[in-house]
Structure formats: structure tokens, C-alpha cells
Design a protein around this ligand. Structure first.
Ligand code: C2O
Ligand code: CU
Length: 468
């Protein structure tokens, strides 16, 4: 039941999960460098990877809402990099966009970021240069902005667990397979064969009956859109992409986590001691379900006799509420990909045929145009600063796309099931789906908007939205 059997027989049972590594120093240094990660079995072949501070994932960065986080990024990679703080509404100069907001950090050089933390929640960080390869080689980590303690206490959680769920493409020697494959770019992205939680394959987490856990989950994979199923548990969903939702049971619907998205849950271990339980990804349907991790419910007597009641809602983050009645409207149309209808697209003022586009390594377009230089294109949209904007997103392709906007959080205007009312930074658009998002354009600058399937991003599904 594990994700596509690989390295059969090499799978040790019963090893402990990697615990999230805490980094609370401020200022702190993140060093990106080649290293080795024990992804599959601790005593098996080490995987050569690219790591932040020598771990995969990188250290969990933790700070308090209202703080300013000072981080020096040291680049010891063989190529330029930057760091983007996914979901944080920071000034554009801190957003980590090569050429657009800063020069790429050259090998051997460093860059100081200063991040004001307006919003509490679960966020993450990753490079924005050659993202498919740099993220795919292991550069990513969680960034947790804690609620004030008296607010966190209302959740009544006994402890907190944070997961970076990743999906690696490894060869039979447990080494990372080559990048830049055009099939990945034009189809579903670089999907992998080894699913890890905090860098460990087939994680086992000891829990105790009666315990309440606050679980923060982030999908850091290049291209997987997970659909997580927690049966026999029925957790409360309390936040998406860092932003609180009215606590609600996941019920039978589970939770979708497109690449880049996060969910915060309250999980009550409300089964008798010793009950087997695990988390399953059934994004491809119940017949092709994969194990994400296993809970080891101890034989100890339950921690409490009476179950806890529903968790209290977290207070909303200070995101401006869109004024839907007085909004400017816009549309973004996504085309291309395998089995799609894209026949031509504009590139630098010239209409290119599909053949020319493929030769240029471009498989996707937004509003009929493709970028030449990924971070430096003419803006797709210009949004008047301070105004509410409603943006229709139309996915005309045969593939799902988690569409991420930098610098702002938006909400869906369509209250259909699945679009839970909250702010988000990444919208998972299913094949053929059209939806509408709304936001107040209150963070001036040129911001990236792109698919978080990093191979789609690399092959054209990327553009700039300017707020001025
Ligand atoms: Cu998480 Cu532009 O990315
Ligand atoms: Cu995509």
C-alpha cells in the first residue's frame, strides 16, 4: 500500500519518524548546500540531495505573529538561488523573486531577508530559481507563525505535529532521478515514487488514545496533489493555507492538498489503545490509495476519559476583506498541456505555433501568452492598488493546477462545496474547472502568479500580476 514499491525488501519496519527540527534563533542562517539525506532507510544508501542546514526538509522556522524574522540565506549550491516565503504577505523586496525583486544569490554569496509576520499560520519556504530541480532535490522547509499562546491554548491540543509531505523520484540506488523531462512538463509534472513525511519514508508516529494533536500539514512536493483520508479518525479542519476556517469535521470528504497548499487539523485519537490507523492519499481514487504514514496507537490507557468538545475557531488574520459589490473584474485562462487544445500562443509579441512553442520548451499559456524569461514578463494583469479585484480562473486544460499568487491572500467568491470560506494563497483548479477569486490589492509591486506544479511553472504556466 506504499506509494509505488521501490527498493523492495529494503524497507525496514519500525523506525522512528524524523521529528520536525526547531529553529528559533533570530536572526538565523539558512545554508543551501549539497548533502546527503537518509530518505528511504536510515542504514540504507544515502540519497545525494540539496539541503537547507544539512536536513531534508530544512529546519522548521518558528516565530510569533507580529515578530520580524531576520534570515540570512547562504548559497553553497553550484548554481544561483533565492528563497521565497510561500504564503507570507511580505514587501516585494523580500519575496525572493530572481530579477523581479532581487538578483539571484550567486554561488558563495548570501542575502539577508527581513520578514514581517502579519499572519499566524502554517507557511513554507523554498527556492524560486530553477524551482523544479532545486525543490525536487530537497530544498524546502516549514515556516510556522505561532498564534499568541492564549489563543493557541483554546484549541486544547496536547501537542503539535508539523508535516512536510514530499514525493521524491528516486532510482534503484535511492538517488534522485534527472530533471528537465519534457513529458513531466507537458503532463502531470514530476510525480515521484517515494512519499516521505519530514524526510522519512513510511513514517510511524506513536500516539496515545485520548490525545488531541494539532497537526500542520504542508504539501512540498513538486507535482502531487494529495487527497488525504484520516479514517478511522475524523479530524477538525481549522485552517487552510495558514488562514483559519470555522472548525469543521472533514467527514467523508477528506482534504485536498494541492502542491504548495497547507491544512491545519485538530486530530483526536478517539480509538481504543492498540487500534491500527494510518493516513492514506487517495487522490487517484480508492483503488489506488497510498500510505502516507502510520499511527502507532499505544497500549497505554486513554489520556482522558471524556472526549474534548469542538475546538474554538482561531481569530482571522488581518487580511482586508474584498468588497465584492465594488470590484474590478479580470479573467485568467489557462491553456495547453498534453491532450489540450493550445495551437498557438504569443511570446514576446510574436505568435508562435505549437511546434515553435514545444521547441522553446513552452507547453502552457496564460491568457494566450507564454513567458520567455519566467520572472520578467509583461504583467498579465494590472491591479489598481487598494481596490477589490475579482479574478475568474478558467482551467481549459486536462490537468489539475494549483495556482499560487504571491504577496496576497484571496478568497473564493463561489460558495460551492470544496471552496471553504477562508483566505488562501493557492487555488487547486481541477481539469476544466472555472472559479472566481477575490482580493484587495494592498501590497504594491510585481508579483508572480504560477502553477505550483513546478514543471508546469518551468514550461510556461507563470506570469506577473502588478499592483500599483
Ligand atoms: Cu511556493 Cu512562487 O511559490
Ligand atoms: Cu499546472
Amino acid at each position: 500500500m506504499y506509494r509505488r514499491t521501490l527498493l523492495k525488501g529494503a524497507l525496514a519496519a519500525g523506525f522512528l519518524p524524523a521529528l520536525p527540527r526547531l529553529a528559533t534563533a533570530n536572526p538565523l542562517t539558512l545554508t543551501a548546500a549539497p548533502g546527503e539525506a537518509p530518505l528511504v532507510v536510515p542504514d540504507g544508501p544515502a540519497t545525494k540531495a540539496w539541503l537547507y542546514n544539512a536536513t531534508a526538509p530544512g529546519p522548521v522556522l518558528r516565530a510569533r505573529q507580529g515578530d520580524t524574522l531576520n534570515i540570512t540565506v547562504q548559497n553553497d549550491l553550484p548554481e544561483p538561488t533565492t528563497v521565497h516565503w510561500h504564503g507570507l504577505r511580505v514587501p516585494v523586496a523580500q519575496d525572493g523573486m530572481p530579477f523581479l525583486s532581487q538578483d539571484p544569490i550567486a554561488p558563495g554569496a548570501s542575502f539577508d531577508y527581513e520578514l514581517p509576520l502579519h499572519d499566524a499560520g502554517t507557511f513554507w519556504y523554498h527556492p524560486h530559481v530553477n524551482s523544479s530541480e532545486q525543490v525536487g532535490r530537497g530544498l524546502h522547509g516549514l515556516l510556522i507563525v505561532e498564534d499568541p499562546p492564549e489563543i493557541a491554548a483554546r484549541l486544547q491540543a496536547d501537542r503539535e505535529i508539523a508535516w512536510a509531505i514530499d514525493d521524491w523520484r528516486l532510482d534503484q540506488q535511492a538517488q534522485i532521478a534527472p530533471f528537465g523531462n519534457r513529458h513531466d512538463q507537458s503532463h502531470g509534472g514530476r510525480t515521484g515514487n517515494v512519499l516521505t513525511v519530514n524526510g522519512t519514508y513510511l513514517t510511524r508516529t506513536p500516539v496515545r488514545s485520548g490525545e488531541r494533536i494539532r497537526l500542520r500539514i504542508c504539501n512540498v512536493s513538486n507535482a502531487q496533489n494529495f487527497h488525504l483520508n484520516f479514517a478511522p479518525f475524523d479530524p477538525w479542519l481549522i485552517a487552510l493555507d495558514g488562514h483559519p476556517v470555522t472548525p469543521q469535521k472533514l467527514g467523508d470528504t477528506g482534504v485536498w492538498l494541492g502542491a504548495g497548499q497547507r491544512a491545519d487539523l485538530i486530530l483526536d485519537i478517539d480509538v481504543p489503545p492498540g487500534t491500527p490507523a494510518r493516513v492514506i492519499d487517495d487522490a487517484y481514487g480508492p483503488d489506488r490509495a497510498f500510505e502516507v504514514m502510520t499511527w502507532q496507537v499505544s497500549e497505554d490507557p486513554p489520556l482522558r476519559d471524556t472526549p474534548l468538545g469542538p475546538p474554538e475557531a482561531l481569530p482571522p488574520n488581518p487580511v482586508a476583506d474584498p468588497d465584492l459589490a465594488n470590484a474590478e473584474t479580470h479573467k485568467l485562462t489557462f491553456d495547453g498541456g498534453a491532450m489540450g487544445g493550445m495551437a498557438e500562443a504569443m511570446m514576446e509579441g510574436r505568435m508562435l505555433s505549437i511546434k515553435e512553442l514545444v521547441e522553446a520548451g513552452r507547453f502552457w499559456s496564460i491568457n494566450g501568452s507564454v513567458p520567455t524569461r519566467l520572472h520578467e514578463t509583461e504583467p498579465l494583469l494590472k491591479l489598481a492598488k487598494g481596490k477589490t479585484h475579482r479574478i475568474t480562473l478558467e482551467n481549459r486544460t486536462r490537468w489539475p493546477h494549483p495556482i499560487h499568487l504571491h504577496g496576497h491572500s484571496f478568497r473564493f467568491t463561489d460558495p460551492r462545496a470544496g471552496n471553504i470560506a477562508t483566505f488562501r494563497d493557492t487555488a487547486l483548479l481541477m481539469p476544466g474547472e472555472t472559479t472566481e477569486i477575490a482580493l484587495v490589492a494592498d501590497n504594491p509591486g510585481k508579483w508572480m502568479l504560477h502553477c505550483h506544479i513546478l514543471e508546469h511553472q518551468a514550461s510556461g504556466m507563470m506570469g506577473v500580476v502588478e499592483v500599483a
